[in-house]
Each structure stands twice: as C-alpha cells, then as structure tokens.
Design a protein around this ligand. Structure first.
Ligand SMILES: Cc1cc2nc3c(=O)[nH]c(=O)nc-3n(C[C@H](O)[C@H](O)[C@H](O)COP(=O)(O)OP(=O)(O)OC[C@H]3O[C@@H](n4cnc5c(N)ncnc54)[C@H](O)[C@@H]3O)c2cc1C
Length: 389
C-alpha cells in the first residue's frame, strides 16, 4: 500500500486548498523515498540486524525537517500540518526512524522559537538539513513527568557555563552532534545547547527496549561539562516554559507518528483477514472481525484528524496546548489498541511474528514518552476547567 494516500491529500486540500499541490508534491516525494529505502529495512531495524543511521540521514537529507521552517534558514515554509503528515508517513515506514527524526526536530523547533538570531544562523540550517543530528535532553533519573524538578546544575564561570548532572532515556544520545539540555541555575530551569565535542560530555550504553529498537536510548552524563555562554538559550530561568512550548508541538507529532504505526498494522491485519480461512470462509467474512476492522479504521481516522486539527491551530497562532495533548493521548492509545487488534486478527501468528507484534511494541512507548497519558490528562482537565463555559 502506498504511504501517501488519497485521504492524506484530501485532508491537506481541506486545510490548505491554495497549497495542496506543493504540499502533495513534497509529501509524495518523501513517501516514495521511504517506501523504497526505509519500509523494507524496518524489520531489520527492529531485530537490530541493521542500524537506522543511514536511513535516518537520507530521510533528513531528503528534507523532512525543512518542511515547516522559513527559507532564510533553508526551510520550505510549508504548513506545520504537512510536517505532521510527513511524520505520520515516516511512522508507517519505520517507527524508530520517525522517533529519532521527530525528537531531532523538537530541538530545531526550540532553537527556532527561543534561540538568538546568531544561534539560529549557526545551528538551524545544519539541523533541519540533516547535516547535524540533535538530541533533546530533559528527563533525569529522578525526574521524568516532573520535569521542573531538574537536578542537573549549571553555573556561570567567565564566558562559559559548567554543567553537572545526568540525563536519562535520551533518544539519539551518543549519535547526536548537539544536545538541548535543561539545567537548573539560580534563576530556575534553563536551556543550553551543548555540542558533542564539549569536554565532560559522556554517554551510557544503548538501553535494550520493548520496541523502537532501532532508535538509540541512553544516559547523557555531564561532568564539569563546559559550554559557551553564547549557547544559553533565551535567559536563565526561562527553560521550563521553553520546553513546555516545545513539547506542545512535539506531542502533536508523536500522535501522528502513532497514527502511521497504527495504519501499517491495520493494513497488514486487513490483508491477512481476507486470506485466512476458518469454518469454510474467510475470517474477514465474520462479523466480529468486521467489527474490529471498523473500529480500527475509525480510530485511525479520528486520531489523524485530531493531530491535524491541533496542527492547524498552531499554524494559525492560536492556543493549542490542550488540543495537542488530546491528540497525543487519543492517537497513542488508539495506536496501541489498533496494533493489539491486529495481533488478535493474526491469531497465533500475531503473537509469534515479530513483523506483526513489533508495531504494538513500537506504539507502546508513546503513551509514556513526551508526557505520559496520565500527565496529559491532568493538563487537558486543568485547561478545560480553567475555560469559562
Ligand atoms: C525509549 C524512550 C525514549 C525517550 N526519549 C527521551 C528523550 O529523547 N528525551 C527526554 O528528555 N526523555 C526521553 N524519554 C523519557 C520519557 O519522556 C519519560 O520516561 C516520561 O516522560 C516519563 O517519565 P518517567 O519515566 O520518569 O516516569 P515517571 O514520571 O516516574 O512516571 C511514572 C508513572 O507515574 C505516573 N505519574 C507521574 N506523575 C503523575 C501524576 N501527577 N498523576 C498521575 N500519575 C502520575 C506516570 O504517568 C507514570 O505512569 C524517553 C523514554 C523512553 C522509554
């Protein structure tokens, strides 16, 4: 099945009637590349037979992260919803590649929104074109959901900051050229860009995982790690608000990634249901299988729409934090459910075949990473209760 489908084109036409042609051209080009170079390798990334390094680099060089940025930094100036859709397609091609790219782009977004013009000129073109890989280093051993309780410390010494602490579960750690690090200063949580070559920066072992096995996850250790004062992002004490804003956008994208994972599991299940015979008929003829298929596709469509709705609010400069959280909670939980139903439709083969259950294993991360479902429900409820009805 093609990654870029008529329904994607149709939705983008509804959202951006005047730009549908150029958006579709970029997305169909990316989809063709992913179908040829990434999807076929996806089982090998999952089984660790092959690293994602070269596929990720090629996808970045094909311009996936150029989509939403201004042309003065080398971007394509296309709507954010086009980027959201591109990550959905990448999620369907390979979830680990999509995760690594999406987190990389979260750093680009942070520098674009909060960096100085000098930082943007120095770092953005390299990141969005894929010449440099980035890592978003927020979580710590003692603080994940409670990100404000950051324990990594930064103190100014002359023209540098000296950072000490440990970051945990960091995607792209060790592979990335740049680290966007949240650290505490006397004025509160503060963001820094730390280059891989910085003295005192070390990485842990790649952690074994349930899913997303192609992506690298490890500790980032900062021991008297020095970064230039020019690499302070914004001002001291602004870091927590910055990462909250960055996470709002990346939650939409993580939701979209999961829509892609669900889509590919759904397509495999539908294809199998039309071939598998039981009780003298195809299992797709049974009403209970049809109910599953109807629920799966309805969930996928609704999740995609929520992600695009939140994307559109962001494009229009409107408040979208609750909608981004709704999109992530709904899309990630739907994806886990759809992938679980796909396993059920495959029966024993679903439980024993890596190529079926890997989608469930991949989707399962994203009800945890970038804001757990519990924490996001708290955010949604707070926002809704604060709104006057
Ligand atoms: C594969 C992988 C990749 C990751 N990549 C990155 C990355 O690139 N960068 C990065 O910074 N982090 C990354 N993370 C970390 C991830 O974002 C955190 O694991 C996540 O935010 C949850 O934090 P925690 O693990 O400390 O869980 P905790 O915060 O300890 O939560 C444990 C449980 O308690 C629940 N809980 C916590 N607070 C509340 C509350 N107030 N009410 C109800 N329930 C609550 C949570 O929902 C969860 O179920 C990654 C994690 C994994 C597994």
């Amino acid at each position: 099945m093609p990654l870029f489908k008529p329904e994607h084109r149709q939705l983008l036409k509804v959202l951006h009637p005047a730009r549908e042609e150029e958006v579709s051209e970029v997305l169909s080009g990316l989809a063709a590349f992913m179908e040829e170079k990434i999807s076929p390798l996806s089982p090998r990334f999952d089984s660790l037979a092959e690293k994602i390094t070269s596929a990720r680099k090629s996808l970045l060089e094909n311009g996936i992260c150029l989509i939403p940025y201004p042309s003065r930094y080398g971007g394509l100036e296309l709507p954010f919803s086009a980027y959201t859709t591109a990550i959905e397609l990448a999620g369907a091609a390979d979830a680990s590649v999509a995760l690594s790219v999406a987190i990389h782009n979260t750093v680009a977004d942070g520098i674009f929104l909060f960096g100085s013009e000098a930082q943007k000129k120095t770092y953005l073109p390299g990141i969005i074109s894929g010449k440099k890989l980035a890592s978003f280093s927020l979580t710590e051993p003692a603080s994940g959901s409670d990100a404000k309780a950051v324990r990594t410390k930064a103190r100014r010494v002359g023209m540098e900051y000296v950072l000490n602490g440990t970051k945990m579960f960091i995607t792209n750690a060790g592979e990335a050229d740049l680290y966007f690090v949240l650290s505490a200063t006397e004025k509160g949580p503060t963001s820094f860009i730390v280059e891989k070559s910085a003295p005192g920066l070390e990485f842990g072992e790649d952690l074994p995982k349930l899913g997303m096995r192609g992506s690298r996850t490890s500790e980032v250790r900062l021991t008297d790690c020095r970064t230039s004062a020019e690499n302070l992002v914004g001002r001291e004490g602004e870091g927590f608000e910055q990462v909250k804003t960055m996470l709002n956008s990346s939650r939409i994208v993580m939701g979209a990634l999961c829509v892609g994972v669900a889509q590919v599991a759904y397509e495999k299940a539908v294809t199998y249901s039309k071939k598998r015979m039981a009780f003298g008929g195809r299992i797709s003829d049974f009403q209970l299988t049809r109910e599953k298929i109807a629920d799966m596709v309805t969930g996928i469509s609704a999740a995609r729409l929520l992600c695009l709705y939140a994307s559109r609010l962001k494009e229009m400069g409107l408040e979208f934090s609750s909608e981004a959280s709704q999109a992530k909670v709904f899309a990630t939980e739907t994806s886990v459910r759809v992938c679980d139903q796909a396993i059920q439709i495959f029966g024993g083969l679903g439980y024993t075949s890596e190529d079926v259950h890997r989608h469930w294993r991949d989707a399962r991360l994203l009800t945890i990473g970038e804001g757990t479902s519990e924490v996001l429900r708290m955010l949604i409820a707070s926002r809704e209760l604060a709104r006057s009805l």
